[in-house]
Design a protein around this ligand. Structure first.
Ligand SMILES: Cc1cc2nc3c(=O)[nH]c(=O)nc-3n(C[C@H](O)[C@H](O)[C@H](O)COP(=O)(O)O)c2cc1C
Length: 729
């Protein structure tokens, strides 16, 4: 319960501050570059801690007529307001060792100005500043809940830095990077809050009240300012600013603003007339600014930059994990009611993967017509018609229940089952943890002790999400409860990641009962090539149907033959332009068009032409392609005209058999052209065959004879060295 409370708080805080954090981190990255860019400017002074005020004044007095003020910036640039020998007032960067003018203070560069405004106030002035302060505060809580979560995950705060098991990449790095960066993030967040409080004048007020007695004020002796002991002692690294006396009047003094205090110094004697230490609040403000901005410290600004990048990574990985967790439970939708189902599958999962296993079992049972109900262990209740209960659960923490199973123990001891039930428990865990599948053991024990539960199979522990082990268990379990379950297709199916495609073009159905579909993948980065397969499953729990595809201009082209009883082809014949379908690309690397071949012979019948449409279109100009294709009638090819204009193909490079018109089939065309096919094979070219198995048989028998007669080798030699590539169905 506690872990879920912390996790929800962590998540809720992260979600509520996401947009602002995103802006703050991106602008933070830009602003962290500012101190780095300062270093390469010509105004930076080395070893400022070695230069005394005295030396600086001496150097400046040589170069200028009068000094009005000296300011030392956080990045160790020294600015002097002076009157030049020519009588001009200037505010310039100077070298405090020589007094040399180094440049004139410029305006902040546009990018940094923009980033600063966005970072500080989102261009919303006061209200924006308030939000930024609030987000900094939330960030502190995000870090605290994060630390607690890591502690909990690692089995105690003392094991905070112990080894993290790498199970889920994002989760692993979320934890590992989190352990490295929680300190700088806390610093950034705390200083951010502090600076906001200061802006809104919410910090205790402070003043620096100097009291100078009339006596100390009196002009006693005159010493040159460069000889003042205090000026010889203090180096520029401690100075923020020095205001020079306005006139020779004894009531005008040197005012020194140092890092930690303010001094009033008599302009003739060099005596300290007043010394006021800054209160703690002001010191914290000063250091907050330095720590938050990285000003004057390139190393810290690099830390700040990397920390901002880390925050962006936490946002990405955190949301990824949340989506994964949700995805797991979303896998399950129940067709039957809990009280109408014979098989009840209860799931314990933290990160969602156990749901995939539960779904394997569910699909296997559904495919043999059983009624199944799936729920999380926390939802344990009574089941009127149930005969079997199967608990599939992960273990978390140090042998504890995953979040959605924490309540199971209590529910189990209070809810009395309606019927006697056969039970079986599967633990999904990892041998990397000392308490391997401990929670599954605990549940198994609870069922065993209960008089209304009868064990159908002993506890099964599965290490590292092994699908093979789970598959074996399904079969064993099936035998023990008297159902024969086929896991082969189910498990392979569930490993199937589907992408979303939009139908952007569809042809009419031609005389071959064939039509073409052009699909645009929603995710344009999906990797696929002509020759790959598109797996489509029109209904859940159905075996997928595979189509050979072409890739043309980033779109998927598939040629579908409509069969009267074909569920998938009927489904595809009904979809229309603009419709969305879900399908999976299956890579078919053995049927890719070789990039380096000079000669290729492509052999297809009917819809087998699909991958060749892309291959012919995208091939190198220097590659010679000869096509052999079988269709029913001349009209059959019209639907393909948008992709390949067959009539424009060079004489001799296209051989089309019209079975309904000339009673000729592809193999007949090849029989007439065996010499050219053998030539291509002999020269190292490829022969690719796509279409029906019947066509393949005919083609192979023709080629086998020709190869045997003319080359005296077996056709297998060419199949094995991948000069003959086959994709038939
Ligand atoms: C933080 C953490 C703690 C874990 N603790 C245990 C454990 O004590 N015993 C165990 O067998 N497996 C442990 N595991 C492994 C998980 O139980 C296993 O990976 C499981 O398959 C995850 O399923 P899920 O994705 O449905 O949550 C732990 C995993 C993580 C990430």
């Amino acid at each position: 319960m506690i872990i879920s409370l912390w996790r929800y708080s962590h998540l809720l805080l992260a979600i509520s501050s996401a947009i602002f954090l995103l802006i703050a981190s991106v602008t933070g990255i830009i602003l962290a570059l500012e101190p780095m860019s300062d270093v390469i400017k010509p105004y930076a002074i080395d070893n400022i801690e070695d230069i005394t005020i005295s030396e600086t004044i001496t150097a400046l007095q040589k170069e200028y007529d009068e000094i009005i003020e000296i300011t030392v910036e956080e990045n160790d640039f020294v600015i002097a307001s002076v009157v030049t020998k020519e009588g001009n007032d200037e505010r310039i960067y100077v070298n405090p060792r020589t007094g040399e003018k180094l440049g004139v203070p410029e305006r902040k560069s546009g990018v940094f100005k923009f980033a600063t405004n966005l970072h500080r106030s989102l261009f919303l002035k006061g209200i924006g500043r308030f939000f930024v302060g609030l987000i900094s505060l939330l960030l502190i809580f995000i870090v605290i809940t994060g630390i607690l979560l890591i502690g909990k995950r690692q089995g105690g705060i003392l094991k905070f830095f112990s080894k993290v098991n790498k199970e889920y990449v994002n989760q692993f790095y979320h934890v590992v990077i989190g352990r490295w960066f929680f300190v700088p993030i806390i610093i950034i967040a705390f200083t951010g809050v502090y600076l906001s409080l200061e802006k809104f004048a919410l910090l205790p007020k402070y003043e620096v009240p100097h009291r100078i007695s009339a006596q100390t004020e009196q002009k006693k002796e005159t010493i040159a300012s460069i000889s003042f002991p205090i000026f010889k002692k203090i180096t520029l690294t401690n100075v923020k600013s020095i205001e020079f006396p306005f006139s020779d009047d004894v009531e005008d003094y040197f005012t020194l603003e140092l890092i930690n205090k303010e001094l009033i110094v008599h302009q003739f004697s060099g005596n300290i007339l007043s010394e006021q230490q800054y209160p703690f609040v002001k010191l914290v403000s000063y250091y907050s600014l330095l720590l938050h901005t990285g000003k004057g410290n390139v190393f810290w600004s690099v830390v700040l930059l990397v920390t901002c990048v880390a925050i962006l990574f936490f946002m990405y990985s955190g949301f990824y994990m949340t989506v994964q967790r949700r995805k797991g439970s979303n896998l399950i939708y129940n067709i039957e009611d809990k009280d109408a189902s014979e098989y009840i599958i209860l799931v314990g999962s933290e990160n969602g993967s156990t749901y995939t296993f539960a779904n394997y079992l569910r699909s296997a049972l559904l495919s043999v017509g059983k009624t199944v109900f799936v729920a999380e262990l926390n939802a344990y209740t009574t089941y009127q018609e149930a005969k079997h209960i199967i608990a599939i659960t992960a273990t978390y923490g140090d042998g504890e229940a995953p979040t959605n199973a924490k309540r199971f123990n209590r529910l189990f001891s209070t809810i009395e089952p309606v019927n006697r039930l056969q039970f079986s428990v599967v633990g999904l865990g990892s041998l990397a943890y000392p308490e391997f599948c401990k929670f599954a053991e605990d549940i198994d024990e609870m069922f065993r002790r209960h008089s209304k539960f009868i064990s159908s199979l002993s506890l099964e522990k599965i290490n590292n999400k092994s699908t093979d082990d789970f598959k074996n268990w399904i079969q064993k379990w099936g035998v023990s409860v008297g159902v024969s379950l086929d896991t082969k297709t189910v498990i392979e199916d569930e490993n199937w990641k589907r992408d979303v495609f939009k139908i952007i073009d569809k042809t009419y159905i031609n005389t071959d009962n064939t039509f073409l579909l052009r699909l645009k993948p929603r995710d344009t980065s999906i990797d696929f090539r002509s020759g790959d397969l598109l797996a489509i499953r029109p209904e859940e729990n159905m075996v997928e149907r595979l189509y050979s595809i072409a890739r043309i201009d980033g779109d998927v082209i598939l040629s579908v033959k409509k069969h009267d009883l074909g569920v998938c082809s009927t489904y595809l014949s009904k979809v229309g332009k603009g419709d969305i379908i879900k399908a999976a690309i299956k890579h078919n690397v053995n049927f890719y068009f070789p990039s380096n071949t000079k000669d290729a012979i492509l052999i297809a019948n009917g819809t087998g032409i699909a991958p060749f449409l892309g291959m012919m279109k995208n091939k190198n100009r220097s590659t010679r392609v000869t096509l052999f294709w079988g269709v029913r009638t001349k009209k059959s090819i019209d639907i393909y005209n948008d992709f390949i204009n067959f009539s424009l193909m060079k004489e001799g490079t296209r051989h089309i058999a019209y079975s309904r018109e000339n009673n000729i089939y592809v193999q007949d065309l090849i029989r007439n052209e065996t010499d050219s096919v053998i030539n291509v094979l002999n020269r190292g070219g490829v022969v690719m065959i796509c279409g029906s198995n019947d066509m393949l048989k005919g083609v192979i028998s023709v080629l086998e004879k020709a190869v045997k007669n003319q080359l005296n080798v077996s056709l297998n030699t060419f199949i094995e060295n991948e000069q003959i590539k086959i994709d038939c169905y």
